[in-house]
Design a protein around this ligand. Structure first.
Ligand SMILES: [Zn+2]
Length: 100
């Protein structure tokens, strides 16, 4: 059985009927001419390696990838927040943690 949890708040969404939203993001250097082959490249391994590096700390910064595709599972609550403020600019501007 697949296990799903919200990548932002960690809410468990495994149970049947749980609302779940999939967020796909793709970022790439605008000057780079990408071929279909580049876009098909699987970056999951690379991402896992980067996450490991982050956890280890003290690693030298890696060169920026020219293309980055990411996939996240979001609960309805986090999805709503995301579409309202995709880049987190509101949180960056003011730290307002009012309970809701
Ligand atoms: Zn969530």
């Amino acid at each position: 059985m697949m296990h799903f949890s919200c990548d932002i708040c960690g809410k468990d969404m495994t149970q049947d009927g749980a609302e779940r939203y999939v967020l796909k993001m793709e970022a790439f250097a605008a000057a780079t001419a990408l071929t279909d082959d580049d876009l098909e490249t699987d970056h999951v391994e690379e991402m896992a390696r980067m996450l490991n590096d982050l956890e280890d700390g003290d690693e030298p910064p890696q060169p920026l990838p020219t293309c980055k595709k990411m996939r996240f599972d979001l609960c309805p609550n986090c999805f709503r927040k995301f579409v309202h403020d995709p880049l987190g600019r509101e949180n960056a501007a003011k730290f307002d943690f009012s309970p809701n």
